[in-house]
Design a binder for this molecule. Structure first.
Ligand code: C2O
Length: 545
């Protein structure tokens, strides 16, 4: 591979959406941010210079970061933030992966405006295991607030309530024609009849899973989370925040000057209000053989796609189950067949007493937890503490492998414990983790994201996981290999991964509001014995707290 250099200046930029202008934090003044392109095997050196008043970190979502944990990016997990006027070079190599990922800020809610595509092309002279597309187009979904998002989350954390919902969804930063005064802010994709396009779909929205569809067109899913899958056709996709998917769009052989809408709107199962609006873009056929005079009389076929209802959990489960690894000799699915350690984590929302500096109603606030632990962000980075053997007073290693209470859909909400606790995994531990949704406030889908690894989705179902029956049905042959999976609303999902990457690895719900409320934890993976199994020391420019 080669080395590719990028310079990311963090700067403020005025951006107008929905008839209102606000100043947002951006990379190089761009919204969405610049596209990073690399080939498998390349090294990326991304110099980030912070020119704004906020502390910043960036994360390369889905990049495995093999022995390069210092470049992973979650604030106070692998690094201290880059402070105003400081810089940091993210230095990592993309190995064993190719496809669509993305990058985003990983501190507070700054990823609302700081995100962009990260495209890993196959190695030179190797091709896709599917039809070579005529063109490749990133389609990145986002969520827009008229107000300042940092103010919104800071106020919500102060009052213990839920933050305001967004005002619009966006496609490549644009809300589209279904919102007030946004017709000019519409993403347009021009296609040639008969040609095949590779759409690189990314859900960068903060708090919403998204259905996506293009009117009158079927999409062929060929990859999820930068892993090839067995191709399947679908009119609609469901993509959680943190998930990415490559799909092929075959333009119709004859559709001169026809125009179709593509649209995205949320899948929501939570108890709270959510932004139930629709973002749309336009798919436009160009046909050079049609003369200009005919063009004038062109009939606009503005067909709207039909999307599932907002809480269609059946669709969600069915769609998730369709995704299977390609699992060929060239692209094998390396599913761990034996398990060294089993974990059972309940995920969900609960309540906590207010802290002194909060003014919440009824003296309780919403919290979120894994196994009843609401994770407390430390004030120095866990990875540094681990590497220099200075974990005392920073974190404890007693994160529970099982929930402290018997799982019960209807039980009274237990009070969460607040702690900075981790699980320590000896190098190359083979892990099986069952994630069980709880219904303490309400059944809700949680897109869980694991840093530093891909995992295999060996099983999923509704209701309570049954350890005596469900494992017999696990798929250990060609399960989906991902970095983010929706824990089904009122159900469970079982994943397996091999802890072959030394470092500290964050795991959290990719609904940002749930992360803010504590639905997060970390795995500490120890070094192996050989030199090439150890985490190298930190780079000299690693920011200090
Ligand atoms: Cu895309 Cu920890 O995040």
């Amino acid at each position: 591979g080669i080395t590719r250099h990028y310079k990311f200046n963090i700067v403020m930029q005025n951006v107008t959406r929905l008839c209102q202008t606000k100043s947002i934090v951006t990379v190089n003044g761009k919204f969405p941010g610049p596209r990073i392109i690399a080939r498998e095997g390349d090294r990326l050196l991304i110099k980030v210079v912070n020119h704004v008043q906020y502390n910043v970190t960036l994360h390369w979502h889905g990049v495995r970061q093999l022995r390069s944990g210092w470049a992973d990016g979650p604030a106070y997990i692998t690094q201290c933030p880059i402070q105003t006027g400081q810089s940091y070079v993210y230095n990592f190599t993309v190995t064993g992966q190719r496809g669509t990922l993305f990058w985003h800020a990983h501190i507070s809610w700054l990823r609302a405006t700081i995100y962009g595509p990260l495209v890993i092309l196959p190695r030179k002279h190797s091709s896709y295991p599917f039809q070579q597309p005529h063109k490749e187009v990133p389609i990145i979904f986002g969520e827009w607030w008229k107000a300042d998002t940092e103010t919104i989350i800071n106020q919500a954390m102060q009052t213990g309530g839920a933050p305001n919902i967004s005002d619009a969804f966006t496609i490549n930063g644009l809300p589209g024609p279904l919102y007030n005064c946004s017709a000019k802010d519409t993403f347009k994709l021009k296609v040639k009849p008969g040609k095949t396009y590779l759409l690189r779909l990314i859900n960068a929205a903060l708090n919403d899973e998204i259905f996506f569809s293009i009117a009158n067109h079927t999409l062929t899913v060929v990859e999820t989370d930068a892993v090839y899958v067995k191709p399947f056709n679908t009119p609609v996709l469901l993509i959680t925040p943190g998930q990415t998917s490559n799909v092929l769009l075959k333009a119709k052989p004859k559709a001169p000057n026809a125009t179709f809408l593509m649209a995205a709107r949320p899948y929501s199962t939570g108890p709270a209000a959510f932004d139930n609006t629709t973002t749309a873009g336009i798919l436009e056929y160009e046909n050079p053989s049609v003369s200009n005079s005919k063009n004038k009389n062109k009939k606009l076929l503005l067909l709207k796609p039909s999307l599932p209802v907002f809480n269609d959990t059946t669709f969600s489960m069915k769609f998730s189950k369709k995704i299977r690894s390609l699992a060929t000799t060239k692209f094998p699915a390396k599913v761990p067949q034996k398990v060294d350690k089993r974990f059972f984590f309940t995920v969900g929302l609960g309540m906590l007493p207010c802290s002194q500096n909060q003014n919440c109603q009824n003296n309780t606030r919403v919290a979120a937890s894994i196994n009843n632990v609401s994770f407390v962000q430390p004030n120095i980075a866990l990875l540094q503490a681990h590497f220099f053997n200075k974990s005392k007073g920073v974190y404890t290693t007693d994160f529970p492998a099982n929930p402290p209470f018997k799982f019960n859909y209807t039980g009274t909400p237990p009070t969460n414990i607040m702690a900075t606790a981790v699980v320590v995994l000896p190098f190359t531990t083979s892990v099986e983790l069952v994630l069980q949704d709880t219904s303490i406030i309400s059944a809700e889908s949680h897109p869980l994201h694991l840093h530093g690894f891909n995992f295999f989705v060996v099983g999923q179902g509704f209701g309570n996981f049954d350890p005596s029956k469900d494992p017999a049905k696990f798929n250990l042959v060609d399960p989906a290999e991902r970095n983010t999976i929706g824990v089904p609303a009122g159900g469970w999902v079982a994943i397996r991964f091999l802890a072959d990457n030394p470092g500290v690895w964050f795991m959290h719900c990719h609904l940002e509001v749930h992360t803010s409320w504590g639905l997060k934890m970390a795995w500490v993976v120890t070094d192996g014995k050989r030199l090439n199994q150890k985490l190298p020391p930190p780079p000299s420019d690693l920011p200090k707290c």
